[in-house]
Design a protein around this ligand. Structure first.
Ligand code: 5GW
Ligand code: MN
Length: 296
């Protein structure tokens, strides 16, 4: 394989931070050569699982999610889609590329949406122990209300990774929306914190994702006993975990961008974008509506 030699005195980008103080790479366009990485990961015959939850009305997002993942996610590698749902019959049967398969996991639904979101930790943990560790090497855990719009490949894979939240890549840490009540297990003091990580995109090896999800679920249960729930639900607990268990790679906001935010110059690619959902229609159970009318 032929490619340009890395230049010790010429970093490929100087407009963004490309490594953390604990020497974890931050993944930006231009910071890696995907051909080298693909060759390395093919040698290891890596298998990647991607977990996604489609509970209640969120089943409408699965089709676009998988269709765009087929186009952009881990192309050329072995991929298992793990779709957790309370309505298996609502999941459309899509034809997948060779080496890729869809696994539907029936799970209970919860009444409060906060709990729907938070219980993902428990369910990922339980399935990691039961089957993921036999079937895949890495897990990528994402929200379903999004689509892939540019390549997301093995450059993201590492022991444990988080994603910089698209709303807080540039603010001071005291303005991050961490949980600030000391009574909560998710509490982070104003003078601590590295990044504000998004709850909607994290991952790592099955063993590391087990540790992360187990920590978050246990912390949530401890808080539940004390009748407190962290301000941003599962996201607050992910942020607490990453403060004291530093991620080994960090994904830039290229890997979770909000459609409608525009495109700042440093953002050369938008690889994953959230879908604009009609919040009333998708979230209000009383609304009589056409929920298929979300924008892509
Ligand atoms: C429903 C109403 C309000 C908030 C969340 C839900 C909800 C979330 C649901 O009814 N069903 C469901 O499967 N979810 C899962 O939780 C989806 O995988 C979703 O992507 C994830 C997080 O909820 P989001 O995407 O609505 O949260 P934000 O922070 O991206 O708006
Ligand atoms: Mn979401």
């Amino acid at each position: 394989m032929l490619y340009d030699k890395p230049q010790t005195l010429k970093p490929p980008r100087v407009d963004v931070l490309m490594v953390t103080p604990w020497l974890a790479p931050i993944i930006w366009d231009g910071s890696f050569n995907i051909d080298i990485l693909n060759a390395q990961f093919h040698q290891r015959n890596v298998r990647v699982g991607i977990t996604v939850f489609a509970i209640k009305k969120y089943t409408v997002f699965v089709k676009t999610f998988i269709e765009t993942a087929e186009q952009f996610f881990m192309v050329g590698h072995k991929v298992n889609y793990y779709v957790f749902t309370d309505q298996a019959n609502e999941i459309v049967n899509l034809t997948l590329t060779e080496g890729r398969q869809l696994v539907i996991l029936e799970v209970p639904s919860y009444k409060r949406w906060q709990e729907v979101s938070m219980r993902r930790m428990e369910m990922i943990r339980d399935h990691a122990r039961q089957r993921f560790f036999k079937e895949v090497d890495f897990l990528v855990c994402v929200d379903v209300d999004m689509k892939f719009s540019d390549s997301v490949g093995v450059e993201i894979l590492s022991d444990v990774f988080g994603t910089v939240h698209p709303s807080y890549y540039n603010g001071p840490r005291n303005r991050f929306t961490y949980e600030r009540r000391p009574r909560s297990t998710a509490y982070i003091p104003r003078d601590e914190g590295d990044f504000y990580y998004a709850g909607g995109h994290f991952g790592g090896t099955v063993a590391e994702v087990y540790k992360l999800t187990n920590f978050c679920h246990n912390a949530m249960m401890t808080d539940k006993e004390k009748n407190i729930e962290a301000i941003w639900h599962d996201e607050s607990y992910v942020n607490k975990y990453f403060l004291y268990h530093k991620p080994t790679k960090i994904l830039s906001p290229e890997y979770l961008w909000i459609s409608g935010y525009g495109v700042p110059v440093f953002l050369r690619r938008r690889r994953v974008v959230t879908l604009l959902k009609n919040n009333n229609a998708i979230r209000n159970k009383r609304a009589l509506l056409n929920i298929k009318s979300y924008k892509t």
